[in-house]
Design a protein around this ligand. Structure first.
Ligand code: C2E
Ligand code: MG
Ligand code: MG
Ligand code: MG
Length: 279
């Protein structure tokens, strides 16, 4: 009897799994279709200096709008795009859009802004990646230092050799590198030494919990680690004045979060920047 019971559960389990996989495949098919029909959007979230409260740059974030006006979260579709390899094509579109955007802003009089782009592991595995980034920067005549690549700890740990080598080449071309979501992955600190980093992004989780002892000590440790390594630090997910005060007191250089601005489409970003300039 017990055996039969297990067998039955197992069948349900398989059925659930099949259903879930079918759903994911359907979503991936939709993503592929919408991407090739140019329906993905790149939005931008400002990054602000804590020294003078000026906008110093922005992070490019993918948006996948649906017919009902909602968006499917990148947390849902990015892993699918990574798994399927579609992220290689999407990622090169993102880079191109980011270069176009930074050039446009430069022409509007915002010449000092940098743009940060998230990069996934499959992009690094693609042999032409380094050259394609350089080509993109050259094609749109963007200052290399205005482009920053964001990589997570898991990307580094996955294939340290490939990633370090690619980043070193990009770095010598003048492109900036930030380590994203720092502290939640399990990176070996020894890789920090080998990575040509410019910036550490303190993960949102520690900013959220900064009023608790553990969050506070972790945020503080990451920020002082950045200082000791002569890297710039930026706190992600700053939503309140208290959080801003806390990271400022810790010596953090920059902030990014809903308190300043949510990610927004390019035309809104321009209005936002013009407004900031007037204030
Ligand atoms: P991420 O790179 O860590 O991006 C920051 C995320 O935090 C964004 O979520 C942003 O909207 C959110 N965020 C910013 N400030 C706040 C805040 O104050 N409070 C809260 N609750 N959230 C805040 P989003 O846009 O949903 O993106 C999620 C993740 O998807 C990104 O995390 C990144 O890993 C990935 N992603 C987004 N666009 C791209 C892309 O173009 N390429 C790749 N490879 N990954 C991307
Ligand atoms: Mg990021
Ligand atoms: Mg992040
Ligand atoms: Mg993240």
């Amino acid at each position: 009897k017990a055996k039969k019971q297990i067998g039955t559960n197992y069948q349900y389990y398989i059925a659930d799994m099949e259903e879930e996989m079918a759903e994911r495949l359907a979503l991936l098919r939709m993503l592929r279709q919408d991407f090739s029909n140019d329906r993905l959007e790149l939005w931008y979230q400002p990054q602000v200096s804590l020294k003078n409260h000026q906008v110093v740059g922005m992070e490019a974030l993918l948006r996948w709008p649906q017919a009902n006006g909602q968006f499917i979260s990148p947390a849902v579709f990015i892993p699918l795009a990574e798994y399927s390899g579609l992220i290689v094509e999407i990622g090169s579109w993102v880079l191109e859009q980011a270069c176009i955007q930074v050039k446009k802003l430069e022409q509007q009089g915002f010449s000092e802004l940098r743009i940060a782009v998230n990069v996934s592991m499959p992009q690094f595995r693609n042999h032409g990646f380094v050259q394609s980034v350089i080509d993109c920067v050259n094609r749109y005549q963007v200052r290399p230092a205005s482009l920053e690549l964001e990589i997570t700890e898991s990307v580094v740990m996955d294939e340290p050799k490939i990633v370090i080598e690619a980043l070193q080449k990009l770095k010598s071309f003048g492109i900036k590198v930030a380590i994203d979501d720092f502290g939640i992955g399990f990176s070996s600190l020894s890789y920090l030494q080998q990575l040509p980093l410019d910036r550490i992004k303190v993960d949102r989780a520690f900013i959220r919990d900064i009023n608790q002892a553990v969050g506070e000590v972790i945020a503080e440790t990451i920020i002082s680690l950045g200082k000791r390594l002569h890297l710039s630090t930026i706190a992600e997910g700053v939503e309140t004045k208290e959080q801003e005060q806390a990271v400022k007191a810790m010596g953090c250089d920059e902030v990014q979060g809903f308190m300043y601005a949510k990610p927004m489409p390019p035309d809104e970003l321009l209005l936002f920047l013009q407004q900031q300039k007037r204030d």
